[in-house]
Design a protein around this ligand. Sequence first.
Ligand SMILES: [Ca+2]
Ligand SMILES: [Ca+2]
Ligand SMILES: [Ca+2]
Length: 437
Amino acid sequence: MDSMEIDDGIYLDKNFTMEGLITTADFRRKPKTCRCVTVCLTLLCALLLAGNIGQIIYYEIITACSSAVEAKASYDRMSQETEHLQNESDSLAAERQQLLSNYDSLTAERKQLEARLRNLTEEKEQLQQSFTSLSSERDEFKAGFNNLKKARDGLQANYDTLKQQSSQLRTNFNDVQRSLRGLQDRQANLIVAKEVLQAKFSDLQKEKDNLQTRYVTVMTNRDQLQSNYSSLKRDSDQLQRNYNTMSRSKNGLQTSYNSLWKEREQLRLNYNSLWRENNELEANYSSLVTDKDKLQNWADKLLAKLKAIPCMEGWKKFDISCYYFSSVKKNWTESRKACDAQGADLVIIDSMEEQVFINKILNMNQNAWIGLSDSLKEGTWLWVDGSPVTRSFWQPGQPNSFNGNQDCAEFVQKNIQPGGEWNDDGCFAEQAWICEK
Ligand SMILES: [Ca+2]
Ligand SMILES: [Ca+2]
Ligand SMILES: [Ca+2]
């Protein structure tokens, strides 16, 4: 058990009910004894009084006949006994009085003891409170002790560490001491050197004074230069900022220039390539122009020859073609067969001049088949050589494919400008036709 702990078993085992002082039984027993003595004395007195009365009755009633002497003697003895009993009674009364006095004394003593008991009870309660308080303090002390124990362990660890550091410092101290001795030797040497230097110092002091004078002059110049330097520094900073700005611009321009340079190189390459292609094309063009001129001459000569060739009898000449205008009537298919039998086909009208020419040949309001139909696909008009219509002369509202059965085109002669119109009609209708070859 730790020295800080308190053995509370002593307090717990202690009987604060006045054990060893006086017991509750003692408090009750002493008043009862007094009462018993009093009762016994009373009973004894009553018994003695009854005996005397019995003897008197006996001598008066039973032995009335005895002699007066005996009676007198008896009376005397009785008187003596009575006196003796009276004395005893007095003695007992005195004893009773003594006992009553003792009883009162004991009663007072009991009251005192009760008062002491109350005091002791209060003191016990105070002690109990003190014990509780001390228990709390003990717990606190125990917690504090544990904390101190931990702190002590920590300090012990620190102490061990410091001890190691102390050993290290002691070793270092020894090293430093050795170094100190070396330094002391060097100090002695330095003192000698110092005296030499002291002399030199005096000389240098003089030189210093001279230099001080020159220094003041130089300082004045330096301040002036410092002022100039500050001004130049500001200018330099401004120039530096301008330079940075221009540098960034230059970098941007350099990037753009590089990009443009690459594009220029690419364009130059493309230009060279195009130049070569252009030269080749120009050469080809010149060659083609020469060929075209030759062909044009040849075509002109050929066209002139074709125009000069006369048509067969019954055919009419226009430009380089010959036209046949039938005098009989057939449907569109038979008409085409008739043209084919003569090495021709139904006429293909592809110019205003040809339209006007045909209109002039036909009679007034005459209709005639031409080589145009939409029999292959309704609404798509094709010439007999498969070519589409490039120039049309349809009547207003035509072609209307009336009743859904008009797939062949006819020429309708009209004396209106420019000349004649077209209409779609049923291919089965029989009428004149126009061949071209
Ligand atoms: Ca034609
Ligand atoms: Ca049609
Ligand atoms: Ca029609």
